[in-house]
Design a protein around this ligand. Structure first.
Ligand code: HEC
Length: 151
């Protein structure tokens, strides 16, 4: 219960920005009227940030289900593919390295969705692919992503 409240607070306060400088980057983009920015709870969010938040929320539910030994079926692959094309808060971060890590993440994600045996291991391997990209491109959420890992 407390943990859920903390996550909701984190979302509300937007503490998941990659770095503090991101806020300034967001403001600039809105001022320029760039496409792909939405305002939620008074905080500007890029398409990519919205997809990422959705991925995080869904993976949190998946982690909770796997932890309690529940059967789950997921079908998010097609939705998550948009990480290749979504507009980002800092478009300069979307380079070849990003695209390569996005492709590697989607492969790991697909491997998890189609996994039958040892789903927790496939789940953790998929999270490692989230982390690989975050280490290079967006360190802010690393702690939160690590917390999704299953023992
Ligand atoms: C290929 C690189 C890459 C992969 C893979 C990736 N992320 Fe991200 N993530 C980013 C970038 C870049 C941003 C910043 C988005 C922006 O502000 O436009 C971000 C932002 C986020 C945010 C903050 C969203 C917000 O509200 O500002 C969360 C949470 C997040 N990612 C979680 C995840 C999770 C969980 C996974 C795996 C299931 C994942 N990410 C996989 C690059 C990646």
């Amino acid at each position: 219960m407390m943990r859920k409240a903390a996550i909701i607070m984190a979302l509300f306060l937007g503490v998941w920005a990659c770095t503090e400088a991101d806020d300034a980057a967001c403001e600039e983009q809105v001022a320029e009227g760039k496409e792909g920015i939405q305002v939620i709870d008074g905080v500007e969010r890029s398409e990519l940030a919205l997809t990422m938040r959705l991925m995080y929320d869904q993976m949190k539910l998946v982690a909770d289900s796997l932890e309690s030994g529940k059967e789950i079926s997921t079908n998010y692959l097609e939705k998550f593919r948009s990480i290749h094309t979504d507009h980002a808060t800092e478009p300069q971060k979307i380079d070849e390295v990003y695209q390569a890590m996005a492709a590697s993440f989607l492969l790991k994600y697909e491997a998890f969705e189609t996994s039958v045996n040892d789903r927790p291991q496939a789940f953790n391997a998929m999270l490692d692919a989230c982390l690989a990209c975050h280490q290079q491109k967006c360190p802010g959420p690393i702690k939160a992503i690590n917390k999704l890992k299953l023992k």
